[in-house]
Design a protein around this ligand. Structure first.
Ligand code: FAD
Length: 386
């Protein structure tokens, strides 16, 4: 067993990794390094219950068992990795040595180029509290640039609070991973709730008082949110020689082990790894459940020798809550050759995603958790067989 295990990133994947290291019987040193000053908390409520004022920061905290017996280095970003010496450098000047390292540094919100003060992004609890305070103080109109999951969830939360919303995206539909038909239904859902949806609309400039569209038209707003997806937090690894893909993900094998270094594993939003349901292609996903599964697996694998580690094959699953609709998806519907609604009953529907050979590769449900769970089980057993 390695003597000293270090986890970088003190959020969902990092916490689950640390817990798995201890559960697997590791009695040596366990260090968790995190750049946020907060103890680990869960992010999904940040665009939903916390933003709506139904939950507070404390409600989002993950329970951390005392038996974890970890040394927490919070508020200290890892700034460099020296793989030869097996040492991390922290922003406060400290060095932390490791035998096995688990990188779980996640992703951050993509900002507008040269984003000015007063324009919001949403990734951490401080962002969410700042956005909530702004919406409370100036509840007239919010302009949201980007109709992905975070943008759409904030739109739904704001509408529920009676705030006017303009939601702008250059794409022809919101929520691109849902495909054309379900994306159109999502668009209808937001329009039905009074969102001013501007699709196929490019943005030229963003400032604290609104958004300037290509062509010069102006959307004035009291609060502006840029919700353009996330970027992996891996710049600090640039000089380490660790393989990163073109989008900054850490390139791992199926066991979440870096392809460059057997003593380094990665977990969560930061990982690019080959998945059997994606025909073995390398994927990077930003889903809560995957980060939790990755953390648990990376923690166990970190204690094993490279040849004895197991692969992550579970089908990726996520959910999103918008108004009274729970959207759930499993597998890789966005990569499918076809996506067909196979069942519909009022506000409930199920769509199956299949590859070019007709093989089931994913499913999407609106308000049908039971059916989605069945697809999840089916895809999980297919993954085990692959
Ligand atoms: C607003 C919001 C709503 C969401 N809602 C849903 C949802 O409804 N359903 C769903 O499936 N998923 C949802 N997600 C996605 C889900 O929360 C993420 O997939 C999950 O948080 C990923 O966990 P992680 O531990 O990999 O990364 P993160 O949660 O990003 O954690 C990474 C941690 O590492 C820290 N870090 C970064 N760089 C360094 C460094 N150099 N040194 C030390 N620490 C560092 C970061 O500050 C952070 O604390 C949502 C995400 C957001 C932002």
């Amino acid at each position: 067993m390695p003597e000293r295990v270090v986890v970088v990133g003190a959020s969902l994947a990092g916490l689950r990794a640390a817990q798995a290291v201890r559960s697997a019987g590791h009695a040596g040193a366990l260090v968790v390094v995190g750049d946020e000053r907060h103890a680990p908390y869960t992010r999904p409520p940040l665009s939903k219950q916390l933003l709506a004022g139904e939950q507070e920061h404390a409600d989002c905290a993950f329970p951390v068992p005392e038996t974890l017996d970890a040394e927490w280095r919070l508020g200290a970003a890892a700034v460099a990795l020296d793989r030869e010496r097996k040492v991390l450098a922290l922003a406060d000047g400290a060095e932390v040595g490791y035998d096995r390292l688990i990188v779980a540094t996640g992703a951050r919100a993509r900002r507008w180029p040269d984003q000015v003060d007063g324009v919001h992004t949403l990734r951490d609890v401080d962002d969410a509290l700042a956005l909530r305070a702004a919406l409370d103080a100036r509840p007239g109109r919010v302009a949201i640039v980007g109709a992905g999951f975070v943008g759409c969830e904030v739109a739904a939360t704001a509408r529920k609070a009676g705030i006017d919303v303009t939601l702008i995206d250059v794409a022809p539909r919101p929520l691109l991973p849902l495909g054309a038909e379900l994306g159109e239904r999502a668009a209808e859902l937001h329009r039905a709730h009074g969102v001013d949806l501007r699709l196929g609309t490019a943005v030229a400039a963003v400032d604290a008082g609104g958004v300037t569209l290509d062509g010069g038209a102006r959307v004035d707003a009291d609060v502006v949110l840029v919700a353009l997806g996330a970027i992996p937090n891996t710049e600090w690894l640039a000089s380490s020689g660790l393989a990163l893909d073109e989008r900054g993900g850490i390139v791992c094998d199926g066991t979440l082990t870096s392809v460059t270094d057997d003593d380094i594993l990665a977990a969560g939003d930061v990982v690019s790894w080959p998945h059997p349901l994606a025909a073995g292609e390398v994927v990077r996903v930003e889903h809560w459940t995957v980060a939790a599964e990755h953390g648990a697996l990376a923690g166990r694998n970190a204690l094993a020798d490279a040849g004895e580690r197991t692969a992550h094959v579970a089908p990726p699953y996520f959910w999103s809550d918008q108004y009274d609709v729970k959207i759930q998806a499993v597998g890789f519907p966005a990569r499918a050759a076809t996506l067909e609604v196979v069942e519909e009953d009022g506000p409930r529907l199920v769509a199956e995603a299949r590859d070019a050979d007709g093989r089931l590769v994913g499913a999407i449900a609106f308000n049908n958790a039971k059916k989605l769970a069945a697809y999840r089980r089916e895809l999980a057993s297919a993954g085990v067989a692959a």
